[in-house]
Design a binder for this molecule. Structure first.
Ligand SMILES: *Cc1c(COP(=O)(O)O)cnc(C)c1O
Length: 257
């Protein structure tokens, strides 16, 4: 059962209490952390309720599901266009569709994907800018939790991967930072080390400037570990369950992996 608008309002209030407490604990402002509403497996009506509560940025991990909910422009309460962030691994043959629907992709983890996205974005009509070509924001996913089931750059190779981007030119891509999924142990504290690793790597590349001039984002923290992530410097938390409730995986989904 999906939450009603009033139930979701209650969920949001509880979540905001958690976020504010974590920000206070870390000596950070609430505005320094973007809430990404992870609407995967929830219907368009849930997205509409979220927008009524002020949501501006949504996360989806399947391209087809993202298209079904976000291909048509949705307007946030403040009149801005609602953003769709793709946060799950994208197969090579779906990169173009992802580039069209997404404002930002958090889960890029190969040089092939970077090169393909640059090509694809150069050929897209300029949606937000009059000139041809779309500028897409991307983050690189690092498998800092070091679990086999999770995708992302191997932790031992992430530095080498980023170094290979230095000095290259990707006019239609904006490298925004790094993303990781914490260790899924049920104990949030277990993810602290991998979040700190991510922050150190992100800071190292931000300091280099050039193609990393906008590398100021850390996408880390979910329902179970967002406090630890905020303490370790997260600028984007990706929250599904705490806002929308449990996902019903038994329902047919659009885009099986
Ligand atoms: C599903 C998902 C989330 C949200 O997880 P919750 O525990 O429901 O908050 C965050 N990030 C990614 C990459 C996901 O796939």
């Amino acid at each position: 059962m999906e939450f009603t608008l009033e139930e979701m309002r209650g969920q949001l209030a509880k979540l905001e209490t958690r976020i504010s407490a974590a920000c206070a604990q870390a000596g950070r402002s609430r505005e320094s952390v973007l809430l990404v509403w992870v609407s995967k497996f929830h219907p368009a009506e849930a997205v509409e309720n979220a927008i009524a509560l002020g949501a501006k940025v949504f996360g989806e991990n399947r391209v087809q599901e993202a298209e079904s909910k976000f291909s048509e422009r949705r307007v946030a309460l403040d009149g801005s266009t609602v953003q769709c962030h793709v946060i799950g691994p994208v197969q090579s043959n779906k990169l173009k569709k992802a580039a069209i629907v997404a404002d930002c992709i958090h889960s890029i983890a190969s040089m092939e994907a970077v090169e393909k996205l640059e090509k694809v974005c150069a050929a897209l009509p300029g949606e937000k800018v009059a000139a041809s070509g779309k500028t897409l924001e991307i983050l690189f996913q690092v498998n800092a939790g070091e679990e086999e089931t999770k995708s992302g750059l191997d932790i031992a190779r992430a530095d080498e991967f980023l170094a290979a981007l230095e000095g290259r030119n990707f006019p239609h891509l904006k490298f925004r930072g790094l993303m990781t999924i914490g260790k899924n142990t049920g104990v949030a504290e277990d993810s602290r080390e991998c979040f700190a690793f991510l922050r150190n790597l992100q800071q190292k590349y931000l300091a280099k400037g050039g193609v990393f001039a906008n590398f100021d984002q850390l996408s880390m923290g979910m329902t179970g570990d967002l406090e630890v992530a905020i303490e370790e410097g997260s600028t984007m938390i990706r929250v599904g369950t705490a806002l929308f409730g449990e996902r019903d995986y038994s329902k047919p989904v659009n885009d099986p992996v």
